[in-house]
Design a protein around this ligand. Sequence first.
Ligand SMILES: [Zn+2]
Length: 273
Amino acid sequence: MNLVARLRQPEYTGENRCIPCTATNVAIAAVLSVGVGVVYPPAGAALFVGSLLAIWLRGYLVPGTPELTKRYFPDWLLAYFDKGPQVSGATDAAADADLRHDVDPETLLLEAGVVEPCAEEDDLCLADDFRDGWTDRMDALREAGADREALADRLDVDSATLRFEEHDDGFEAFDGDRRLGQWESRAALLADLAAAAELPEYVDDWDRLAVGAKAQVLGGLRVFVETCPECDGAVTAGTETVTSCCRSHEVVAVGCADCGARLLEVPYQGEPA
Ligand SMILES: [Zn+2]
């Protein structure tokens, strides 16, 4: 049995390695090694090498530091290093230098008449026309293979080589080995594909938006999904705690109550004090 594999702690290394935690432990190892090295230099050097090996294999040197960094490091720092699921929507190769990059999804959708102030409450609601068009397109995309055809068409790739991979924290599309994009779930992909087909009728310069800006608008629109694009179940929102390599934080999760499909996850800002 491979000794390295036995000692390795996958929950703290590789993709799950927490950079702030690793840096803290390397600093602790350096201080300890210098202290020992002052007394007997070879021992200091050996301690440092051994410590680095332990950090490489186990993710940390001092037991409990992953928990301590989670608790005491400022959240903005941990967020910077956080390698939680990166959900970017689809990317394409088009040069987007002269496209619009910064949009405020809410303003854009409001001006385009996609959403409007609700009749009953002080909030935004989908405009009826858009809701009907969007829902019809989501229903059509649910047919077997329709999502593959629609995505291939949108990204200008061959639908025969486009494949999907579904795993715990996302839904990815590949063209051969090339990753095209990632979504929270197939339901999120269906919502985005349907909206991307419907929005040009409302947003005048939709084609002039950069890929990232489109993804922002599509993601913002998912807040308004009323029934699950995949199974037609009820869509609910709630707060939950998400744990990633470095930290655990509260998010507002929007998802399907029936099939569990995740549509959207945004950081929870907390109630105003
Ligand atoms: Zn569902």
